[in-house]
Design a protein around this ligand. Structure first.
Ligand SMILES: Nc1nc2c(c(=O)[nH]1)N[C@@H](CNc1ccc(C(=O)N[C@@H](CCC(=O)N[C@@H](CCC(=O)N[C@@H](CCC(=O)O)C(=O)O)C(=O)O)C(=O)O)cc1)CN2
Ligand code: MET
Ligand SMILES: [Zn+2]
Length: 767
């Protein structure tokens, strides 16, 4: 029996974010398309060489993408919405590709015909913080094969001596992620399958023996139509062409196991990090002649695997059948290389494994299975010591935290008065006009801001000068908001590198990396903090910044915090206790901050829960339990304040309809949500659920470089008034403005303030 090692995909951004920098230079016009391609090709080559050197037998190709692999698939299939104005029969070039990803402003600098055009919608890839561009199927969509990127990448690797297994997003998952405009995407199944069949045939001609087809949708609740599509799709694709390794990840197959096992494919990959319990059932269900690929190391987290425990499970199985060992999912979601972390202490470092180290672990497992544990005794001993050390380390436990958790009471989750009374008190304190204007928190993180922080981190800029610089930026933002006529101000978040990492750096129980970047969307990356121990807040984290900003103005300045569920969901978290236990600890730390802000005189505190929705489990069965503790943690963080203190929250990418009761149960005073791209559709749900609190439906799509006009924003707010009372409505952008430039933000916010004035005038005349 043989054991081999596979990689399902490797981080594409590069160990030092080389792809990010090349893309941003290309978009800024400072490098050419050839130079961009050259940088990308260099990254691909280095990635193949590295994985091969680490012992990977199944090297992936086509896991690389210039922006997003879902978008790559849409473009390959010719699913290009009419607004990109591609002449029929023409394959999309890079310009169209990036227009679909980011929108285009048109004009003189833009060489193509379509002028100003909006980007495709962006949403979360399953329950990760990676975003994909949603495939759009329009009634007039005519699919046709464009440029076959999997083939090109396969040939590129081959030319360099790397035999690879191309990674292809599966047809059923692609269709499941597509957004329909007037027609069900699954109506296109046969057309899509014909194109996939051609792609596979071309790969086979080129010499590909295997392909990896990713169908993560198989770990979710499927409709009958999706199930039938699976049967049909693999009846067509599985019988000819290269052998298919069907990859499932982000959860267990559960009730879809018999479906997956019935498909005529040559191999099946399962996620044993998220769903270790499925192994026995899968082994039973999947015939011996089918290659099993076991996702034994966690592709979504940074902990070292417990190799001895894995070997205990794998040894009996490896005696019976051929096995492939792999990370649970693509390593896209993991940072690249632990060796680049110069600032993590040695104790913590020995507990961790990033993408490179995860492959090393797989190689070690393979050698132990092939040649016996004694052949790698020393390495296994090191691994065992690390596992043991982490289990017993003193720094993980904090008595004060567990005592505090044990003493939690029901009262701590309850505001003192109900909603109606709070509205009254708050309106007396805040005295805001109808349709109050505000922004979501961050202002542009300009090159100057990032440069100052980078210099401060390198020790080139001393703490005092850095602080002075940040104070100056904050003061400018306050002055500008006053001039612009915004009603409730923000300090601008200039001191923050990221809304989660910033808090991770200030809270006990978290560690943070210098190079642990993970792609979030396109060229944008995050360094998720590493939650390794009990969480507490050694000292106030934001109070001084708020106090400084509020000292500059008579208008109210919002306190600005990230909520416990979002900090949890955007961090690498402990796997030695339930997520909800970690979340409760974070909630208490945020509660401390909320109360300190209130004590300092802050009258409105925003607690962002941008990631609450994305943390929703993939199986509906698990929703109630998650929502229960998530809402509970939010309330624990927020509910300590008096009636006069207005609690805001903000959520983005909001497919809320499923979870409205939970949003209501958060019991906030004001919620801002993303709606600009969906024409206020979302508000119908809030209305029918009789949502009592105030809502700021975003009317400026901050994900696009387009500056909206006043009329457009007034029109959106009029739509909003179809669903909600004027007194319930706030006027604000979709999300924070950190990724925009001041040249966009200034006119957009000025237009937003005029829009609010127009609405007030309309409402007053009607009254
Ligand atoms: N964690 C998280 N997840 C989120 C969001 C979010 O804001 N945070 N928003 C949603 C969308 N996702 C996003 C993810 C990242 C960014 C983003 O802007 N990322 C920045 C990095 C932010 C950061 O950590 N900045 C650091 C480091 C900046 C940097 O690259 N510095 C240079 C030097 C810069 C210079 O000298 O000019 C370097 O280190 O080499 C800082 O400001 O300190 C980027 O990729 O460019 C935006 C949205 C959903 N998920
Ligand atoms: C991704 S949600 C962002 C919320 C944060 N307060 C900001 O404005 O940037
Ligand atoms: Zn947001």
């Amino acid at each position: 029996m043989t054991v081999s090692v596979a990689s399902l995909g490797f981080p594409r951004i590069g160990p030092r974010r080389e792809l990010k920098f090349a893309l941003e230079k290309f978009w800024a016009g400072t490098i050419s398309q050839d130079e961009l391609e050259e940088a990308a090709q260099g990254l691909r080559t280095a990635t193949w060489a590295r994985q091969k050197a680490l012992g990977v037998d199944w090297l992936p190709s086509n896991d690389f993408s210039l922006y997003d692999h879902v978008l790559d698939t849409s473009v390959m299939l010719g699913a290009i919405p009419a607004r990109y104005d591609l002449a029929s029969g023409q394959a999309a070039g890079l310009e169209t590709y990036f227009a679909m990803a980011r929108g285009a402003t048109g004009g003189a600098t833009c060489g193509h015909a379509h002028g100003s055009v909006t980007a495709g919608e962006m949403t979360k890839w399953f329950d990760t913080n990676y975003h994909f561009i949603v495939p759009e199927i329009e009634p007039e969509t005519r699919l046709q094969l464009g440029h076959i990127k999997p083939l090109q990448d396969y040939l590129e690797a081959k030319a360099q001596g790397f035999e690879t297994r191309p990674v292809i997003l599966g047809p059923v998952t692609w269709l499941s992620l597509a957004k329909e405009y007037g027609s069900d995407p699954f109506d296109l199944l046969e057309e899509v399958l014909a194109l996939y069949a051609t792609v596979l045939a071309r790969l086979e001609e080129a010499g590909a023996e295997w392909v990896q087809i990713d169908e993560p949708i198989l770990v979710t609740d499927l409709t009958d139509r999706q199930r039938r599509a699976f049967t049909r799709a693999y009846a067509k694709l599985g019988r000819a062409g290269p052998k298919i390794m069907l990859a499932t990840y982000f959860g267990g197959l559960e009730n879809n196991l018999s479906l997956a096992a019935s498909l005529p494919v040559a191999g099946l990959h399962i996620d044993l990090a998220r769903a270790p319990e499925q192994l026995d059932a899968v082994v039973k269900a999947v015939p011996q002649n089918r290659l099993l690929s076991l996702g034994v190391v966690d592709g979504r987290n940074v902990w070292r695997a417990d190799l001895a425990a894995l070997l205990d499970r794998l040894e009996p199985l490896a005696a019976q059948r051929d096995l492939v060992l792999a990370p649970s999912c693509s390593l896209l979601h993991a940072p690249v290389d632990l060796q680049l972390e110069s600032k993590l202490d040695d104790e913590l470092k020995q507990w961790l494994a990033f993408a490179v180290q995860k492959i090393e672990e797989l190689d070690l497992l393979r050698r132990a299975l092939a040649n016996g544990r004694e052949s790698v005794a020393a390495e296994l001993a090191t691994s065992a010591r690390a596992t043991e050390a982490r289990k017993t380390a003193a720094r993980i436990h904090d008595r004060a935290v567990s005592e505090r958790i044990a003493a939690l009471t029901h009262d701590m989750r309850e505001r003192r008065a109900g909603h109606a009374e709070r509205v009254k008190t708050q309106s007396e304190v805040l005295n805001l006009p109808l349709f109050p204007t505000t922004t979501i928190g961050s202002f542009p993180q300009t090159g100057a801001v990032r440069k100052a922080r980078a210099e401060y981190n390198r020790g080139v800029l001393d703490g005092k000068s850095y602080d002075a610089f940040l104070h100056q930026e904050t003061e400018r933002a306050i002055r500008w908001q006053e001039e612009a006529g915004v009603d409730m101000l923000v300090h601008g978040e200039f001191e923050r590198n990221d809304m989660v990492q910033y808090f991770g750096e200030k809270l006990a129980g978290f560690a943070f990396t210098v190079n642990g970047w993970v792609q979030s969307y396109g060229s944008r990356c995050v360094r998720p903090p590493i939650l390794y121990g009990d969480v507490s807040r050694p000292e106030p984290m934001t109070v001084d910044w708020w106090r400084y900003a509020q000292g500059l103005t008579d208008k109210p300045v919002k306190g600005m915090l990230t909520g416990p569920v979002t900090i949890l969901n955007w961090s690498f978290v402990r796997d030695d206790q339930p997520r909800e236990a970690s979340c409760r600890q974070i909630a208490l730390a945020i509660r401390d901050e909320v109360l300190d802000l209130e004590a300092a005189g802050c009258k409105a505190i925003q607690i962002d829960e941008a990631a609450l929705r994305e943390g929703l489990p993939l199986r509906e069965r698990d929703w109630p339990a998650y929502l229960d503790w998530a809402v509970d943690c939010f309330r624990l963080a927020a509910a300590g304040v008096g009636n006069q203190t207005q609690i805001h929250t903000h959520m983005c990418y909001s497919e809320f309809n499923d979870i409205l009761p939970s949003i209501g149960a958060m019991d906030t005073d004001v919620i801002s949500i993303e709606t600009a791209r969906s024409q206020m559709e979302l508000l119908a749900g809030f209305a029918s659920y009789r949502y009592p609190s105030a809502i700021g439906p975003g009317i400026y799509d901050i994900h696009s470089a387009r500056v909206p006009g006043e009329d457009e924003m007034v029109a959106l707010m009029r739509l909003a008034q179809k669903h909600l009372r004027p007194e319930q409505l706030w006027v604000n952008p979709d999300c924070g403005l950190k990724t925009r430039g001041w040249d966009e933000v200034k006119p957009a916010i000025a237009a937003m303030v005029s829009a609010a004035r127009t609405l007030r005038a309309e409402t007053n005349t009607e009254a």
